[in-house]
Design a protein around this ligand. Sequence first.
Ligand SMILES: Cc1cc2nc3c(=O)[nH]c(=O)nc-3n(C[C@H](O)[C@H](O)[C@H](O)COP(=O)(O)OP(=O)(O)OC[C@H]3O[C@@H](n4cnc5c(N)ncnc54)[C@H](O)[C@@H]3O)c2cc1C
Length: 409
Amino acid sequence: MDKTEQQFDVLILGAGPAGTSCALKLAETNLKVALIDKSQFPRDKICGDALSWDVCNQLSDLSETLQGSFLEMSETAPTKGLHVITEDNDKFYIPFRQKGETKEMHICKRQDFDNLLFDEVKKKGNIHIIENFTAKKVGRLSDGIQLIGKEKTLQGKIIIGADGAHSIVAKQLLDWKLEREHYSAGLRVYYENIKPIDEGSSMEFYILDDLLPGYFWIFPLPNNTANVGLGVLSSIVSEKKLNLREILQKAINSSPVLQERFKDAKASETIKGHGLTLGSKKRKISGERFLLLGDAASLIDPLSGEGVGNAIRSGRVAGEHIKKCFEKNNFSDHFNQAYDKEIYRLMWKELKFSRWVQMFFSRPWLMKFAIRKIGNNRVVQKLLTDSYDEHNKDQVFWSPKFLWNFLFK
Ligand SMILES: Cc1cc2nc3c(=O)[nH]c(=O)nc-3n(C[C@H](O)[C@H](O)[C@H](O)COP(=O)(O)OP(=O)(O)OC[C@H]3O[C@@H](n4cnc5c(N)ncnc54)[C@H](O)[C@@H]3O)c2cc1C
């Protein structure tokens, strides 16, 4: 092997939440693991920066002190609830309170959150970290896998594709193609000095006519800053030939429900865009000598656009599965199907339900009708609060109490 080649047991491509979670799980073993990324950390990631209670909860499984470190970060802003508002000013509010407890959503720039996880991997001391390595090609060897970059080739027994929405592992080893009905386009722009909506710190979703059935958001960050953005299915973007940058700018400048709020506000960057790989379809997410994680495996909730929780969960599941691969010395397609099964056992029920709600609201009149109904009904608002962050939301929505109040009250 020459100087430009390096040999590992496990190659983890991508050091976002999926890759770092998997690395933290494997730090408990004696395996020789490489965590590889094209960027140098801290690095930016286009996102809404909204991190659910589920994300926060999972941190304690990755490392003992991680949840505490996250909650103490000055870059993190806890939020108390969410407003949903239409352009006709119909609205409702859901506080993040569950069975008497507050389950806050935290808004934290992904640059800071991802760097917290990345630093935790560094602290473990036994994971080889390789930054500034852009993987160009994944190749198969008779007894392993190789990852080819510009100046170096890395070899391993198994590769973990945690390389996000444009995963080269998914494209090259599974021949994945973009399917517009299972993919969303998203924009983000950081703002300063937006007039607050209320005394507390709340998330805001706006249902804008130009964007239906997508939505526009304002998520409050510390120091009078906010993450502003929008998301809409790519099939709608191409069908309606939407110019999302223009829609975002028009909403800020002239929407009756937003104009006043942005009067003295200033964008601190140009508008940036990135795709969301939605988990609205079951897929094959592993094969001989590879597993796909997070966005590379299309695990984003199709309704809320949240993907960080499932990225971390997939990293944890993959970590446990890889330990078994080495114990049994088995990296076969058949053996790795247990990974797919476990991922969908944990996630499919909720992803399927979100897909169903997403489809239901693809009729704009129905979405507006629902918002008006919820806005006028405290029982339904309370049930929605209770369902927040439950893994069996469908049970709340199909309960006679919810249906009766939603349809007839
Ligand atoms: C506009 C927008 C808003 C969103 N809002 C939210 C939100 O509010 N809350 C939420 O939970 N989720 C949100 N998401 C989804 C969330 O960002 C993703 O689900 C999450 O980042 C997935 O983590 P990951 O580790 O799988 O991938 P990523 O975070 O994308 O990490 C992938 C890593 O792989 C590296 N990489 C990629 N290709 C290569 C290569 N060829 N060689 C080397 N390295 C490579 C990248 O540099 C990156 O560090 C949003 C997404 C978008 C686009």
